[in-house]
Design a protein around this ligand. Structure first.
Ligand SMILES: C[S@@+](CC[C@H](N)C(=O)[O-])C[C@H]1O[C@@H](n2cnc3c(N)ncnc32)[C@H](O)[C@@H]1O
Length: 266
């Protein structure tokens, strides 16, 4: 299972149709826009690593602001697409093929801000996820920032519940139940009991036609995973207006993705 997760997800991100899809994306997600604003007066001092840069959706927003910007991805076609898209515009911008599990080309204590956007961290299995978090912590400067989003296991539980698919619009109910059927076919081992009792699970969801194995995690477990080397962790919902303060609110957060802003421990 672990081997196929690694290979299949990477293969999917090398497929030309999927590379084309990510290359034409340009808009920031609301929580990302909130972070862009939050550090408005600091960007010019920052050396930034954009992990899993994909087709460069975030590049045009961050690269012009920071001192130096390096976008990396383990998919060579994604990096080629970035080179094509940002040929001439920014002299302080670099793209490289690199796997977040082993960032051997970067020394310890290199970056001021590390981004792993659009849930890029979720396409490896549990042990590789932990490896990535340690690599990020190693290449990040002390007291620097790491911002990423991740799939919320609490929210997907609803997608597996038949009752939650009912809607006043019969067409919507039909579509929801059809999607639930597909979800169950692609995830035969997953049931409500497993979802409730797990802290994290690999799930094949509908993104890219159920091709990807995606890591879903409960917020408390994510905080636990980060605790070895990060502090002051703030969690944002999709809208990203304010960090979620209340632990009760967090437990009930039904956004499919949550955003984590963390600081490397001093
Ligand atoms: C959902 S896409 C997001 C792309 C881009 N960040 C964006 O927001 O549009 C996830 C990206 O992460 C990359 N990725 C996944 N696992 C990776 C890893 N271990 N090392 C480097 N890149 C990885 C994939 O190749 C893909 O381009």
């Amino acid at each position: 299972m672990a081997k196929s997760v690694k290979q299949k997800n990477k293969q999917t991100y090398e497929t030309s149709r999927i590379v084309d899809y990510y290359s034409q994306l340009n808009q920031l997600q609301p929580a990302e826009a909130a972070i862009l604003k939050l550090f408005a007066s600091d960007w010019h001092k920052m050396k930034m690593l954009d992990l899993g840069v994909g087709g460069g959706r975030t590049t045009s927003h961050f690269a012009p602001l920071v001192q130096e910007y390096i976008g990396v991805d383990y998919s060579l076609p994604m990096i080629k697409a970035c080179h094509k898209k940002f040929k001439v515009d920014f002299p302080n911008v670099f793209f490289q093929v690199a796997d977040a599990r082993k960032l051997v080309q970067f020394a310890d204590n290199t970056f001021d801000f590390i981004l792993f956007s659009f849930n890029g961290l979720d396409y490896v299995d549990h042990s590789d996820r932990l490896k990535i978090l340690y690599e990020i912590n190693r290449v990040a400067k002390t007291g620097s920032f790491f911002f990423f989003s991740s799939h919320n296991l609490t929210a997907i539980t609803q997608a597996f519940t038949s009752k939650k698919q009912l809607n006043l619009n019969p067409l919507k109910t039909y579509t929801n139940l059809f999607m639930l059927g597909l979800l169950k076919i692609f995830n035969r081992q997953v049931n409500l009991e497993l979802l409730e009792n797990s802290q994290h699970l690999m799930i094949r969801d509908e993104s890219h036609n159920f091709k990807l194995n995606t890591y879903y995690v409960k917020a408390q477990e994510q905080l636990q995973q980060l605790s070895f080397g990060f502090e002051n962790i703030e969690i944002y919902s999709w809208q990203g207006n304010e960090p979620i303060k209340d632990s009760q609110d967090l437990a009930w957060q039904n956004d499919m993705w949550l955003y984590y802003l963390c600081r490397t421990k001093k």
